[in-house]
Structure formats: C-alpha cells, structure tokens
Design a protein around this ligand. Structure first.
Ligand code: SAM
Ligand code: SF4
Length: 440
C-alpha cells in the first residue's frame, strides 16, 4: 500500500516507544509520514487511558478524524493502544467511524489490521484484542533520535494496584531474554546510540516472572544492568519505572557502581498514608519507601529521585493527605509528577466508597504541586557553579541554544559550540525548577 499516514501518540514512554514501532511497521508497508491529518490517507491514534483526562483529550482528536472521514470515506482511521483495549466492542459503538483498532499486546498485527480496514469483511471494523503470547518488544522501531534509544525489557504488569488500568490492558509481566537484549543493545550502539533507556511498567521486577516460571538462572534486573554495562561503546543506561517494593540493595549498589548507569531513579510513591498505601495495594509503607530513598541517597552521590504522587484516592482524609505531604518533605524529591485520582472502570478502586469530591482532589494536588516545585528548584540550584555531564540532544526550544540532559535526567540549555550526540562537560550558570542553563 502506498500513501501518507498521520500518527498521533498520547501517554507514557512505553506508548512513545510503541509509536516508534508503529512508524516502522507502517513505513515497511510503503506509507510515508506527514505532519497534518488533513494531508493523510491513513490516520493512526495511539492512545492512553490511564486517567480520564487522557480519554477526553483523545475525543477531541477523534473529532477531527471523523470530519476527515466524512470528507473522504476512503480514508482509514485506526486506533491503537490502551483505550480500545479497555473498551473493545464498546469502543466501536462510541466511535463508529473508526475502521480498525488493536491493543498494545497486538501491535505486531498492525499491517494485518491495515489490510482488514481497507477491505473490511462484512463492512464491520476489525479489532485485535487477544492476550497474545507474541511479544512486541523485539519489533523494529523507527527512532526519533540517532543517539538515544528505548529498549523495552519487559511488557505488562502483574501488580494490580487498585486504581490502575495498566495490568488489564497490557497483560501480565513478561521479561525478554537477557541475551537477546544484550545483542539488541550492541546493535543499537553499532548504529550510533550512546544512551539507552530500559522500559518496563515495573522495570526492576525484570526476570522475576521467568524465575517464577521455572528458569531459576534467569538474570535479575541488577544482573541485566551489569551485562548491558559491559556493552562496548555504550555511555549511558537509564531505566524506568522502578517499583519501591522491588528496589533491592543490589540494585542500589549497581546504580552507585556501574559506570554507565545514570544517577536517576524514578520511584513512584503515590501516597504517604499507610492506610491509603494498603488500599492502593502498593506493597510498602511510608517508612519502607523512605528507607529506600535514604539507601539511594547514601550510596549514590548526586542521585536524582523523582516520583509520581496521587491526590484524592477514595477514602483519603485530610489527615491521610497530610501524610503524603510529610513523605514529600522527608524525601526531598528532585521532581514529581502529580495526579488527581481518576476512577477507571473495571479497577477495584472505582467501586470503593468514599470517593473524594473533585474540588477537594484538585485543591490537594495544588498543594502537592507547590511543594514539589519548591523542592525541584532547590535541587536544580545545587548545580549552579558546578560542572555536569550533558548529552546534547538538539536545539533548545527557542532555537537559540543547544538542549541536552544531565546524567540525573535534568534538561540543560547549553551555550557553546557542540554537536548533537556529543557528551560534554557543562558549567551550570542558572537554574529554574525544570531546567538548568550553562556553558560548554
Ligand atoms: N508502573 C508505574 C508505577 O507503578 O509507578 C507507573 C504506571 S502509570 C502509567 C503512571 C502513573 O499514573 C502512576 O504512577 C500513577 O501515579 C498514575 N495513575 C495510574 N492510575 C491512575 C488513576 N486511576 N488516577 C490517577 N493517576 C493514576
Ligand atoms: Fe499500574 Fe501499579 Fe502496575 Fe504501576 S505497578 S502499572 S501503578 S498496577
């Protein structure tokens, strides 16, 4: 098939990486990417449904798709990702102009979906939603940047936190073979990559599913890091997202000792009240969480610890929420994503009594934002006057400077003669809560 496609992706890094694979699959079919939906014959929306706000945002984009489809009924509208997986048949009832949809576990069937959508059997839309054993982690991907790559080391999640839709739409945890991953990273480095980010919903549980399945010698996440650290030419390894309950002392030591492993751990806390943490099914108490933070800070100089926090989980009282504020004060986060709890159909928390009124959720999240922004600014300011190792990624937003990232995952706007892909020492001269500024 020839023609032009438009791709819009929403949501987390895993989805962004899935979007790279969607690009590779569509381009292998002979399609060429365009930036405007009006110019495309095939429209693809890669969706997220982790919060209601994600659903709402997509509805606007699909409005455009519906209009374009009315103008030219031969256009093909495809929807991939977590939203159609969660809704399945209901999804086609809500969006009747969609020609085909598939869930994250069926990404490899995109070419098949495209063909089925062009020539529908019996005029009905095609949908692929099975919990398939085939793993899309090893699919080819079309990278956005030549120097950086995502590597999906595992898929799915088996934690079933009571608020979260992810285990229902992405299936159980499945780890990829370590030798295959090592080979893949070697190939990426040969292709010019200097930094890889290892992806998994609960990345530090890597390998546990294989061990439970009887492969007693399957490498753990720490062992995987050590193997990838030895890949010649690789300069930086990042990984996300880590679950506090699986942050072993071994892993803390690996972050401290392995030269390529960057000093940044994204460690979602979600809440600070033990009662709420238990109702969420997180598997740790506030003290246990803070113990992990202390272990990291003691072992890893200059480590950045970032987090996800949620306000307004069902039954959260003002006192519970104050425990979250206490945890944040004690942890001194370098950055945080803050969310208002959003009920998701099919999750346990959606049916809990004591849903917190929306204005109370909002007001609490505002307090979290204020506190975590103060902490982020204080963290960035400690870099002023020092040197940081920066990987140059491209031009800064306004085009006047270069933009890069420190090992701690902080964006730096850089002045001076440097090329994208270079790793340079930058003297930091100024800081805001989100970025640093400096000179090579
Ligand atoms: N696996 C990761 C973890 O356990 O931290 C994160 C996955 S989730 C895509 C990213 C974040 O979204 C979570 O850490 C949580 O803070 C937030 N989140 C998930 N479900 C939510 C919900 N129903 N309402 C609000 N925020 C939610
Ligand atoms: Fe969702 Fe919890 Fe799994 Fe993270 S660990 S993806 S929050 S169920």
């Amino acid at each position: 098939m020839t023609g032009r496609y438009y791709l819009r992706s929403f949501g987390c890094q895993m989805n962004e990486h899935d979007a790279e694979r969607i690009r590779a699959l569509l381009e292998a079919e002979g399609l060429e990417r365009v930036d405007e939906p009006d110019d495309a014959h095939v429209l693809v929306y890669n969706t997220c449904t982790v919060r209601k706000s994600a659903d709402d945002r997509l509805a606007g984009h699909l409005g455009t798709a519906a209009r374009l489809k009315r103008e030219d009924p031969t256009r093909v509208v495809l929807v991939t990702g977590c939203l159609p997986q969660a809704e399945q048949a209901d999804f086609f009832a809500r969006f009747p102009f969609v020609d085909g949809a598939l869930g994250p576990q069926n990404l490899y069937r995109l070419p098949e979906l495209l063909r089925a959508a062009v020539e529908p059997a019996g005029g009905s839309p095609a949908g692929f939603f099975e919990d398939g054993p085939r793993f899309s982690g090893s699919l080819a991907s079309r990278r956005e940047r030549p120097y950086q790559a995502w590597v999906q080391v595992m898929s799915g999640c088996t934690n079933f936190c009571s608020y979260c839709i992810v285990p229902y739409v992405r299936g159980p945890e499945r780890s990829r073979d370590a030798a295959e991953l090592q080979r893949e990273v070697g190939e990426l480095v040969a292709d010019g990559v200097v930094e890889v980010t290892l992806l998994g919903q609960n990345v530090n549980a890597y390998g546990l599913d294989r061990r439970r399945g009887g492969e007693a010698a399957a490498p753990s996440f720490t062992q995987l890091l050590a193997r990838l650290d030895s890949v010649d030419g690789l300069r930086r390894i990042r990984f996300m997202t880590s679950h506090p309950k699986d942050l072993t002392d071994d892993l803390v030591a690996a972050v401290a000792e392995l030269p390529t492993v960057c000093e940044h751990v994204h460690l979602p806390a979600q809440a600070g009240s033990d009662r709420v943490l238990r109702a969420m099914g997180r598997g740790y108490t506030a003290d246990e969480y803070l113990d992990r933070v202390r272990a990291l800070r003691a072992a890893v100089p200059d480590v950045n610890i970032t987090t996800d926090l949620m306000a307004g989980f069902p039954g959260e009282t003002e006192d519970d929420f104050e425990r979250t504020m206490d945890l944040v004060r004690a942890a001194r986060f370098d950055a945080a994503f803050t969310f208002v709890y959003s009920p998701r159909r099919g999750t346990r928390a959606a049916d809990l009594p004591g849903q917190v009124p929306p204005d109370v959720r909002r007001e609490r999240v505002e307090r979290l934002i204020e506190l975590t922004q103060e902490q982020a600014l204080a963290s960035r300011q400690t870099w002023v006057g020092r040197h940081a190792e920066v990987l140059i990624e491209g031009a800064s937003r306004d085009g006047a400077l270069h933009r890069g990232r420190t090992r701690q995952n902080v964006t730096v706007n850089v002045a001076g003669p440097v090329e994208p892909g270079a790793i340079v020492a930058v003297e930091i001269t100024a800081a805001t809560s989100t970025t640093l500024r400096g000179t090579v």
